[in-house]
Design a protein around this ligand. Structure first.
Ligand code: HAM
Length: 435
């Protein structure tokens, strides 16, 4: 075993026990995005390195130390996307989607060379949404209300919405000067990381998790107190909409985000159930980025959620998806039964929309096949032996409740299966279901 090849550190296989949760999450999120009028785009995993350095920012953790960058065979510097916004903006400019208004969403793996730990991986998955061409707080509110709806539909309570405004670039420049003056006056209290940030990216000092810095940061001047009038009005407009819709939030003046492209609204949804990596969804406005990447001056706002972290929360909440569990498992024993059985199974699949039917393959005794039927989680086993075949019947064996076995004429099986499908499924491990 010593020379077997293992997956790369921080890059995980998502295995059959987990995929039902992923599929449920993806279905709910994609369904909600569609219902709000968002259209899906599918974007390349690789982009030119310059796209990320010009958008995320040269002096950010992502660009400085977390990107998977390499030269391709023609010597071009390419990078595995560390996030989706930059590629989405690039695609929108290139394909003239930034004319008028666009509501877009995407999903897929992202890559960051971070130190792997619980909830932090080197390949992780996001679903993100980006809106182009709308300046007002109405669309910021829409994005947040839409995510709140997703959490409700996923059965995730206990998430906190943190909000801040980074103001206009000019307001931020003034604030930055004031912050640097304050921090320089307390330079002896700064840790090494913050000293470095003081020169390169002072706002990021506010994001420090070092407890020794907490007091200094708490007493620092606040960006929210330095907003320009328009940004203040925008922020008030957003808060008013969230208040009216009954979505609670916490103002967090220290929320600055780790990517440079934001202006005005920034937000994060956080959980206390995930340890150090508690942010499950984050985003904000980035009105300057489209122009910065060569497009027209088009306002934009968006978010991305981390699917690994949401799946952990879904599992902790105890929601067990059932969409992958077969309704029925076909057990076949005897001469010629397999040949007939497989043809009947195809007919039932034609006749019963949504039917999840597993057909036993590989032979074996009646007992061993029934064991497999039970392990599959199916509600019923459809049992066919030589006797049943001769009588043109199938036995329905209830695997979850105590209903007695029942013989059903082949001609009536589709009708019975249709009932099984429309009755819906309850997770077999959670609740006992009677037939
Ligand atoms: P971000 O905060 O870098 O923002 O990532 C968004 C979410 O992706 C995080 O809140 C977290 O749930 C998840 N995530 C990030 N890094 C990791 C990791 N190493 N392992 C597991 N999950 C992770 C963005 O990416 C922006 N593009 C969001 C955005 C869209 N802003 C505007 N539009």
């Amino acid at each position: 075993m010593s020379d077997t090849i293992k997956a790369i550190r921080g890059m995980n296989d998502i295995l059959p026990l987990d995929t039902p949760h992923w599929q449920h999450l993806e279905r709910v999120v994609a369904g909600t995005l569609g219902a709000y009028g968002y259209d899906e785009v599918r974007l390349p995993l690789l982009e030119r390195t310059e796209l990320f350095s010009r958008s995320i920012g040269e002096v950010t953790d992502i660009v400085e130390k977390e990107m998977y960058t390499f030269s391709d065979r023609s010597g071009d510097s390419l990078t595995l996307r560390p996030e989706g916004t930059a590629g989405c903006v690039r695609a929108a400019i290139q394909n003239a989607l930034v004319r008028g208004q666009q509501r877009l969403w995407y999903q897929g793996p992202m890559f960051r060379y971070e130190r792997p730990q619980k909830g932090r991986y080197r390949q992780f998955h996001q679903i993100g949404a980006e809106v182009f061409g709308l300046t007002g707080p109405d669309v910021d509110a829409e994005l947040i209300l839409m995510t709140a709806r997703m959490w409700r539909e996923l059965g995730l309570g206990g998430l906190t919405l943190e909000l801040n405004s980074l103001g206009s670039p000019e307001a931020r420049r003034c604030y930055r000067e004031e912050l640097v003056t304050y921090m320089e006056a307390h330079e002896e209290q700064l840790d090494e990381d913050s000293r470095r940030r003081l020169i390169a990216n002072p706002l990021r000092i506010l994001d420090s998790k070092n407890p020794a810095m907490a007091e200094l940061i708490a007493a620092a001047p606040r960006l929210l107190d330095h907003l320009d009038d328009e940004s203040r009005e925008h922020f008030d407009g957003l808060c008013a909409r969230l208040d009216a819709a009954g979505v609670a939030y916490r103002l967090n003046p220290l929320l600055v985000r780790g990517l440079d492209y934001y202006s005005r609204t920034v937000f994060e949804w956080t959980s206390t159930e995930l340890g150090a990596q508690g942010t499950v969804c984050a985003g904000g406005r980035y009105d300057g980025l489209v122009e910065q990447l060569g497009g027209r001056p088009v306002p934009a706002v968006g978010f991305a959620m981390g699917l690994e972290r949401l799946v952990v929360l879904m599992r902790q909440a105890g929601t067990e998806p059932t969409h992958h569990i077969p309704h029925a498992y076909l057990v076949m024993v005897g001469e010629g039964v397999g040949v007939q059985g497989v043809a009947l199974a195809e007919q039932w699949r034609d006749a019963v929309p949504g039917l999840r039917l597993t057909v036993h393959c590989g032979g074996g005794s009646f007992k061993s096949q029934l064991k497999k039927a039970d392990a599959s989680g199916a509600r019923v086993a459809l049992v066919m032996g030589e006797d049943e075949l001769a009588r043109r019947e199938v036995a329905f064996k209830d695997l979850r409740g105590g209903a007695p076995q029942e013989s059903v004429a082949v001609a009536a099986v589709a009708k019975r299966l249709r009932r099984l499908v429309t009755e819906g499924m309850t997770h077999p491990e959670v609740t006992e279901v009677s037939a």
